[in-house]
Design a protein around this ligand. Structure first.
Ligand code: BV8
Length: 235
């Protein structure tokens, strides 16, 4: 159950791959996760894309196809966060590290995709963004600048700056409650949000299958599957 908060309290929620696991998407650092079968340095850095764009496209094309599988749908954890946003008189901001669109599909409106979105691409030459629901290849030509080889997934790779950090920082400074859901707490700057929210006086809670790397930094930690924990916690 939510802790006692004033009616106009600000709630900031960080989500990670664990919230989408029960929707059928893989996590990264679990024993059966993505980084157990591919190396970060091969597929999720700007250098990897320069070295072998074909391999990087194949990696994201497969994940895009997986996301668009009709069996992959928002689960009760995504829906519970939407219900919270709709009923809460104060501000609810969801900051997701996930590049899937399951929060969007569930109906979350106050949402920041800090690591980008799998169903968007941009041209590295002219920066034009567009939606993408099919496969991408090194042969594709940007419809805006007509140049070849620049189209890339609109995701934040290691070594790149996550999106909308200023807005996130402001929200963390205003937060009365900070919830971290389904993240192992290994990737910065997101892994540092709990300390920022704590320093600003927020009550901090982790909801995760198991204790994360930063579990001891939270005021409260509850462990179990997100589809059960989140609806119960935000009820
Ligand atoms: C930056 C691309 C600055 C998109 C991803 C040394 C020290 C400190 C920092 C660094 C350092 N060396 C490098 C850095 C910085 C680096 C970093 O943090 N590295 C780490 C590995 C040490 N960070 C960056 O590079 C970031 N940028 O710092 O910019 C800068 C400054 C100046 C100039 C330029 C730049 C960029 C980070 C973005 C990386 N992009 N991927 C994609 O392909 O998806 S990271 C990848 O990890 C995903 O995006 C993912 O979102 C992110 C976090 O993972 P999690 O979501 O936590 O997933 P994980 O599998 O780890 O955990 C899942 C959890 O769920 C588990 O705990 C599990 O128990 C739980 N779970 C499972 N099932 C369930 C469940 N929980 C509940 N219910 C269930 N059913």
């Amino acid at each position: 159950m939510l802790p006692r908060l004033s009616g106009n309290a600000t709630i900031v929620i960080l989500t990670g791959a664990g919230i989408s696991r029960e929707s059928g998407l893989e996590t990264f650092r679990d024993p059966d996760g993505i980084w157990a079968r591919v190396r970060i340095e091969d597929v999720a850095t700007p250098e990897a894309f320069r070295r072998n764009p074909k391999l990087v496209h194949e990696f994201y094309n497969a994940r895009r196809r997986g996301l668009l599988d009709p069996a992959v749908q928002p689960n009760p954890a995504h829906h519970a966060l939407v219900a919270l946003e709709r009923r809460w008189p104060g501000r609810v901001l969801v900051v997701t590290q996930n590049i899937d669109d399951l929060h969007d599909r569930a109906g979350q409106t106050n949402l920041i995709h800090m690591h980008g979105e799998l169903l968007k691409i941009f041209c590295a030459h002219c920066r034009t963004e567009q939606e993408c629901r099919g496969d991408l290849s090194v042969e594709d030509i940007c419809p805006h600048c007509q140049r070849k080889g620049g189209l890339r997934p609109d995701v934040v790779w290691f070594g790149e700056m996550p999106y909308r950090m200023e807005e996130i920082g402001e929200a963390l400074r205003d937060a009365d409650l900070f919830l971290s859901i389904g993240t192992s707490g290994n990737v910065y700057p997101a892994a540092g949000f709990v300390a920022e929210a704590s320093a600003a006086g927020a009550h901090t809670v982790e909801l995760n299958l198991e204790p994360s790397s930063g579990a001891t930094l939270f005021d409260q930690a509850i462990h179990g599957p997100a589809s059960a924990l989140v609806p119960a916690f935000v009820a």
